[in-house]
Design a protein around this ligand. Structure first.
Ligand SMILES: *Cc1c(COP(=O)(O)O)cnc(C)c1O
Length: 341
């Protein structure tokens, strides 16, 4: 029986659900893993994760399709990305087949928490991993916990998809040759001040520039950026310090294969954005799929997009409708994109 929840009024907050998956790494190997009711973790005060932030995570969602199946979207790419994040932080990668099995078990164990089709809500899945044995000299932990919990989240856009205003940040997110390309808690700890400050100044998000030259667009704290140029082509920044968003990579395929839109991934300067070379701009990530940007504020100078402040631009809207159509089962998906629970 589905839980008695007003799905439409849910926000993006944590709600404890029935089951979570846990696997421990000890003596050089992962144990077999299990679902548990226990939502708490008790650790040594000297656990590596507390002292040196050795933790990585992922984010994906489960939802009900139009024809009533419970599915997730491209979880194999989350598994791959988490393996890359683990390698860069000296953690033992959690095997891909086991990651996919954990998604299946965790969602199946919380079946009643998957919001119904049409509610706009989804069951957010949070896989994460941390080093937990006591470590005081700086080195990686020897023991790790992999955990995956779920929490129902509401529709991202409650009052319709209104374009947002974002600012060019004076803070940097990720150093060249640093850790910007992995999904690690450390990339978020340093973004907290920037986001609180942006909100205080009335901006929805920060756009970070490349720290090397501070002339090129990278991404926001938790979403990649896509632009539509004057000819209706999709252009997205290329940089080693951008987190490879699964939504952005999927939109690139949708643009080219479904909509016949030319896609280019290249360095994009703030200067060319300011010169008005692009008519639409959007942020993309699992949570919202695409959030339209109506205006970028660069230290008081407003860069306004032709799509305006009232609605998403027509090309981004087409991309959004097609990708969400694929996710919901209305449009045929490329092989392997939809993973049934
Ligand atoms: C998670 C994340 C994204 C979005 O990635 P998706 O796979 O599309 O959800 C973008 N940027 C950063 C920094 C992220 O952490």
């Amino acid at each position: 029986m589905a839980k008695d929840i007003d799905w439409g009024s849910l926000g993006f907050g944590y709600i404890k659900t029935d089951k979570r998956y846990v696997s421990l790494y000890k003596d050089g190997k992962w144990d077999e893993g299990t679902l548990t009711d226990d939502d708490t973790v008790t650790l040594s005060e000297c656990a590596c994760v507390f002292q040196y932030a050795q933790t990585i995570f992922e984010g994906l969602k489960a939802y009900t399709t139009e024809d009533g199946r419970i599915v997730t979207f491209r979880p194999d790419l989350n598994a791959d990305r988490m393996i890359e994040s683990a390698k860069r932080t000296e953690m033992p990668p959690f095997p891909k087949d086991r990651f996919l099995d954990a998604v299946k078990q965790t969602v199946a164990g919380n079946r009643d928490w998957v919001p119904p089709f049409g509610s706009g809500a989804t069951l957010y899945i949070r896989p994460f991993m941390f080093g937990y044995n006591p470590v005081i000299g700086v080195k990686p932990a020897e023991e790790y916990e992999f955990r995956m919990f779920t929490t129902p989240v509401g529709p991202y856009f409650k009052g319709g998809m209104k374009p947002i205003t974002v600012r060019i940040s004076d803070f940097d997110r990720a150093a060249p040759r640093g850790t910007g390309h992995i999904k690690a808690g450390l990339n978020y700890a340093m973004s907290l001040h920037a986001i609180v400050d942006a909100h205080e100044q009335g901006f929805a998000e920060n756009i970070y520039l490349d720290p090397g030259t501070r002339t090129k667009i990278e991404e926001t704290g938790g979403a990649n950026i896509i632009f539509i140029d004057a000819d209706g082509n999709m252009v997205t920044p290329k940089s080693d310090s951008i987190l490879p968003s699964i939504t952005r990579r999927s939109l690139m395929v949708v643009a080219e294969k479904y909509l016949g839109i030319k896609v280019t991934q290249r360095e994009i300067t703030l200067k060319e954005v300011a010169e008005g070379n692009f008519k639409e701009c959007g942020l993309c990530g699992t949570a919202a799929v695409i959030s339209p940007v109506g205006c970028i504020n660069d230290h008081g100078k407003e860069i306004r997009f032709a799509s305006g402040m009232d609605e998403m631009g027509p090309t981004l809207q087409k991309l959004y409708d097609t990708l969400t159509g694929i996710q919901m089962g209305r449009i045929e998906a490329p092989e392997g994109w939809i993973y049934e629970i």
